[in-house]
Design a protein around this ligand. Sequence first.
Ligand SMILES: [Zn+2]
Length: 339
Amino acid sequence: MDVPSTIIHVPPDDDEYRNITQQLQDTLRVDYRSYFAPTGGPGVPLVHRRTYPRELDRSVKFYPKMDSNTLQICISGGNNIKTDEYKTFEYDCYKSIFDMCEVIKELGNIPDKNVVSVSPYDLKFRHINISKPTTNDIIDTFENIKLMHNKEPFSGLFLHIVGHEPSYDGFYLRKTRYSKCIINLYYLKSVIEYFANCKFIVIIKDMCNAEEIDLLPTDFNDRPEDTCSLYVQYSSSRINGKSYASSNSRLFSNSIVTGFKAENCPISSFKDISSSNCYLCNSYRESIIHDPKISYNSLHESWVKPHMTELMPNGVNSCDLPILELRYVDNTNVWRIVI
Ligand SMILES: [Zn+2]
């Protein structure tokens, strides 16, 4: 059986879209491109102060560090190509952020008041509940969050973003007759920079070409003494890779959700197997009996990646496989590993 509904990301190649992105930049009056230092190649971190990050030992495990003071941001995108093939895309993205949100909330004991949910359908955060949000609604909310964080800092940030590959640096949510609702990624990155000194930042990106977008903080100047942070950036695909649909969700996001629970096999609908007779599921469960704490490393290396690799005979290519980047940052150094 072929992997269904490969989402080919062909964003609208129109000047209007570019203009909106440009207008947004102008409105914000900040050159968010300054947050990006030149890259030395794919996957090289954008580090201002330190020239070369040190390589982290592969044996160092990163465990989820969420706690009840975590800010959790869930963003699902929309689809502007109205064909049957794309019909379920928006719903699948929405369902994926919902499922992930529930698992992460439980892992970190995160209260509802710390969850920001952005989708083509609504924008929710505390007293805010906006149906079909505009770009400005989203910016207003994030600006509010920055003020809140200045006043009373969150301990960390968990961001899950699912949708089409950004076009002209804009993540597409929705189009109305008069405007398009997009999130400028330079702006989103500038919001994430606000959390650079937090104990942890976790970013999960589920989209085509996901590796190319580096949303982790890159400005380490003026970092307080004795501050250390764990950064996790988990991308569904490598450069030029594709993302895939699963049953009523996105394959990569669903693989993470099922991995944290160690319950259902994420590829059962493709392989006609159940979790109890999947050798990958069984060996993973066997391994966590002895060490029930699931690290990002083991989630990636023993569950998500091998399950997706198992779909290569069905059409998944090596560039479509996920990539996990872990960084440890203190006030003098950056250590990094890419798995
Ligand atoms: Zn399995």
